[in-house]
Design a protein around this ligand. Structure first.
Ligand SMILES: [Zn+2]
Length: 172
C-alpha cells in the first residue's frame, strides 16, 4: 500500500442517516427528533415538547419522516490517497470494505490525536472511494482527516506534512 497526502481548509459536509441508515423523524412544530429505527416516542401523534412550555396541549406539529441530518462547516482537512495492490482490494459499498476503512479511520484519528498531543475527538477521520477508475475497482481509497472545531484549529493540516512520522508505530 502506498499513501500520499495533501491539505486544505475547505467546506466539509457531514451527514448522519441514523441507525441502519433509516434516518430520523423530525417534528417541525417543536423540534423533537427521533431515530426512525428505534424511536422512543411516536412523533406522528401528539407528543410532549422537548423543552418547558406554557402550552397546555401536547405538540401536534407536522413531522417530516426519514430525514438525514447534515451540516457543513469550514475546517482544516488532510486527504490521504491510498493505493492498494493485488490481492488486496476495497471495493466500494461492501461490508468488508466499510469495516476495514472504518477501522483504519478510527486508528488514524486516534494516532493523530496522540501524535499531536490533543484531546481525543479533536480530529476525526472518514473515508471514500477515490473518484477514479481505481476507486471504482477497489484499488484506490481516500481517508480524510479533519478538525472537529469549526473554522479549523490547524491540527489536521500538520498531518499531511508529517505523514512519514505518522506511519511509525508508537511505543505502548
Ligand atoms: Zn412536536
Amino acid at each position: 500500500m502506498t499513501a500520499s497526502g495533501r491539505f486544505r481548509r475547505e467546506h466539509l459536509l457531514v451527514s448522519n442517516s441514523g441507525p441502519d441508515g433509516e434516518g430520523y423523524h423530525y417534528c417541525t412544530g417543536c423540534g423533537r427528533i427521533e431515530s426512525a429505527k428505534e424511536p422512543e416516542m411516536n412523533l406522528f401523534q401528539a407528543h410532549p415538547r422537548p423543552f418547558l412550555s406554557d402550552e397546555d396541549e401536547p405538540c401536534s406539529g407536522f413531522t417530516a419522516s426519514r430525514i438525514v441530518l447534515g451540516t457543513d462547516f469550514v475546517t482544516d482537512i488532510s486527504l490521504f490517497a491510498l493505493r492498494l495492490e493485488a490481492p488486496f482490494s476495497l471495493r466500494p459499498g461492501n461490508a468488508e470494505t466499510n469495516t476495514a476503512l472504518r477501522t483504519i479511520c478510527e486508528a488514524v484519528a486516534k494516532a493523530a490525536c496522540r501524535m499531536l498531543e490533543i484531546e481525543s475527538g479533536e480530529i476525526l477521520a472518514e473515508y471514500r472511494p477515490s473518484f477514479t477508475l481505481g476507486g471504482a475497482a477497489g484499488s484506490e481509497v481516500e481517508v480524510f482527516i479533519y478538525d472537529t472545531l469549526s473554522g479549523g484549529a490547524g491540527f489536521s493540516t500538520q498531518l499531511a506534512t508529517r505523514a512519514c512520522a505518522y506511519r511509525k508505530p508508537y511505543p505502548s
